[in-house]
Design a protein around this ligand. Structure first.
Ligand code: SAH
Ligand code: SF4
Length: 384
């Protein structure tokens, strides 16, 4: 920790181990309890930099700034929509790679508390290559580090966004606060770092977000689903199915050629049995492609009889795409078949269409443009 790798920037504070931080402090003649003070300070909602940690001596703040990065995100561009209920960021990382995160707020119904969901990326780009997904079309960039994953969440906790995540109060862990790995990348193709990021998010000396409020969405990396059962049994699992027959799924989710539907559903069933947690089967509705009666019936068979739930997502067409989303009527007919088969089903509301909130889209739009520094984030309000 005290020694920097020869290449690359200093470690980001969000992934520094508390024991290592304590050792670094002790080596500087500081009491070890300051580790807690530092971590407490950087995770406070008003934190803008090491400089602002006013309960620490000034020379220590300067030394922290030289040894660690306050964030692994060097700049962010943010757009808001739906009267600022949805906000989407493109974050720039130290090597110029860019990833996206989205904050979605839902008003509480009849006196209930508001709900906030933050959607984060696990990789820069994605190697799976689903043809309907902007990220998949752009190809793979690189793996994100645990800090680069956690710092997307921290971005929405820090000024000027802390008020947007209103369900969040430091020290008061909200039951209406969720993190979903549904941004760019296939989280289970970066399982070690994603699992470490989940542990950091869980850490009570950091954000302390309960595992039950975290969902990992996967296109079907079967061995890593089994690792989730063993290592993160309290985290929720969403499987991006999108087709109910192998021939169609081979095209829509090319990873299916490696782990076909039967194996994938088998892994989902093992997860449900081992954890007692309902697995969500995600299904993007593409007009005339995967929304026919036969697919609906086959999907009902795959989903019935175990602890699963189908979530239908109208396709958010990517620029230049030959496909469009299934119209309302088609979705209703598909829902009816699933309900008849005894399968619980929901239809996801499509947030932020006007800010290209489908993963990978805003990133593509901003390619080649300079992003403002994180601490001077500019808000491009599309409809505020
Ligand atoms: N790679 C993981 C997680 C990131 S994608 C996965 O595929 O599950 C998160 C979700 O967004 C997936 O269910 C994905 O299929 C969906 N998605 C991707 N592109 C989309 C689009 N253009 N319209 C609607 N949903 C999309
Ligand atoms: Fe990758 Fe998920 Fe996009 Fe498929 S849908 S290309 S797995 S990010």
């Amino acid at each position: 920790m005290t020694e920097r790798p020869l290449a690359g920037p200093p470690p980001a504070i969000s992934e520094v181990d508390p024991a290592q931080l304590a050792a670094w402090l002790t080596a500087r003649g500081e009491p070890a309890y300051r580790a807690e003070q530092v971590l407490g300070g950087v995770h406070r909602a008003d934190a803008t930099g090491f400089d602002g940690l006013s309960d620490l001596p000034r020379p220590l703040r300067t030394a922290l700034g030289a040894a660690f990065r306050f964030s692994s995100i060097s700049g962010s561009h943010v757009l808001t929509a739906d009267r600022a209920m949805t906000a989407k960021a493109v974050h720039q990382l130290h090597d110029g790679q860019r990833v996206e995160s989205v904050l979605m707020r839902y008003p509480g119904r009849a006196g209930a508390a508001a709900r906030t969901t933050i959607c984060i990326s696990s990789q820069a780009g994605c190697a799976v290559g689903c043809p309907f997904c902007a990220t998949g079309q752009a190809g793979f960039g690189r793996q994100l580090s645990p800090a680069e994953i956690v710092d997307q969440v921290l971005h929405w906790h820090r000024p000027p966004w802390q008020a947007l995540g209103e369900a969040w109060r430091p020290g008061q862990r909200s039951g209406h606060y969720n993190i979903v790995f549904m941004g760019m990348g296939e989280p289970l193709n970066n399982a070690d770092r994603v699992f470490e990021a989940v542990r950091l998010l869980n850490d009570p000396s950091r954000l302390g977000i309960g595992a039950r409020h975290i969902t990992v969405s996967t296109s079907g990396v079967v061995p890593a689903i089994d690792r989730m059962i063993a290592e993160l049994p309290q985290v929720n699992l969403a499987i991006s199915l999108h087709a109910a027959t192998d021939t169609l799924r081979d095209e829509l989710v090319p990873l299916n050629r490696k782990w076909p539907i039967e194996q994938l559903i088998g892994a989902g069933q093992r997860f449900a049995t081992a954890t007692g947690r309902r697995v969500s089967l995600e299904y993007v509705m593409i007009d005339g492609v995967n929304d026919g009666h036969e697919q609906a019936q086959r999907l009902a068979e795959l989903a019935a009889g175990w602890l699963s739930h189908v979530n239908l997502i109208p396709l958010n067409p990517t620029p230049g795409s030959r496909w469009s989303g299934t119209p309302r009527q088609g979705i209703d007919a598909f829902v009816a078949v699933l309900r008849q088969g005894g399968v619980p089903v929901t239809v996801r509301d499509t947030r932020g269409r006007d800010i290209d909130a489908a993963c990978g889209q805003l990133h593509a739009q901003l390619a080649g443009r300079e992003l403002p520094r994180t601490d001077r984030a500019v808000v491009g309000a599309v409809s505020a």
